[in-house]
Design a protein around this ligand. Sequence first.
Ligand SMILES: Cc1ncc(COP(=O)(O)O)c(C=O)c1O
Length: 360
Amino acid sequence: MEGLRIPGPTPCPPKILRAMAKQMINHRGPEFAQILHDVTAKLKQLFQTKGDLYLLTCSGTGGLEAAVVNTLSPGDEVLSVSIGFFGERFAELAEQFGAEVIPLHYEWGKAADIDDIRRALQNEPKIKAVLVTHNETSTGVTNDLRAISSLVKEFDKLLLVDAISSLGSIELPVDEWHCDVTVTASQKGWMVPPGMAMVSLSPEAWRAHAEAKMPRYTWDFSKAKSYLERGQTPWTPAVSIAFALQVALDMMLKEGLANIIARHARVGKAAREGVKSLGLSVFPKEKYASNTVTAVATKDRLDVKKLLKIMREEHGIVLSGGQQKLEGKIFRIGHLGWVDEDDIKGIISALKVALPKASA
Ligand SMILES: Cc1ncc(COP(=O)(O)O)c(C=O)c1O
């Protein structure tokens, strides 16, 4: 459905969907090996990394789990820089595996503050790693990852990045910004259905991996590495997602990363301007507003559930509500992947009609 405007899964171009309809192949045969090598090499171009990169058959959360269990040991202190629902999930996950999580958690809608991070790293010299969400999908906020990563490296800590809703859409040169483990997932800006997480690793991440003692099996990067050398994944991969990725990555490389990032910036701006033209406001400060998801602050008399229903049933446009404590307080427009300014125009026109009907 092209009216699907949630922040993932995102709509997929027909060419990509058609690729998924292909017959199965042997995932341990030469044809799949060629696809795996091709997809991995192209993803590295878009991650802007010379490090290692693996495809894991799971959703984004599996990729975050892989980042944690492959680099940390129970009892390791980690600084969780969280600005919303997904940041808190990242922290919870690390805690479940025995990390000592030091929370630096912000009010939802705010971005992380570099001075706070500096203070936290100064106060707790034993911190081994920093967990950070680049683009917090629940609040529509993009952190200043460039500044955060340079600070984290000043303190010589490991940086684990949730880039699930940013990579491939918002600027994130993985090597230049010294991200040690960087995670994204197929259903976001990559224009592919859910099913695979893509994770890159720096040499420092491999060094941490050699000492890491958290329990791991399915997501063990040593296994992923030795199988990739043979053109395979350790376990049966989502073969159809690999077919889709191959087509999607060709489309993305043809458009060019700089053009994709510029398109998302234009689309993000159009969404914010459109929201304001309706008399609504963008939930976070615009300085931090995301170019992949716009969180819209609602007014007291607006019934968000009703608005989403009207948009879905009368306009064929599916938007998202707020998550957890933001339920009823915001709604979100997803604009990542296969999207342009005309899509935003359509959403804003539909909202103009729907908003009065959803207000008490
Ligand atoms: C920033 C961020 N982190 C984590 C996740 C969780 O990913 P998944 O639902 O693919 O496991 C999402 C999904 O929306 C996300 O946007």
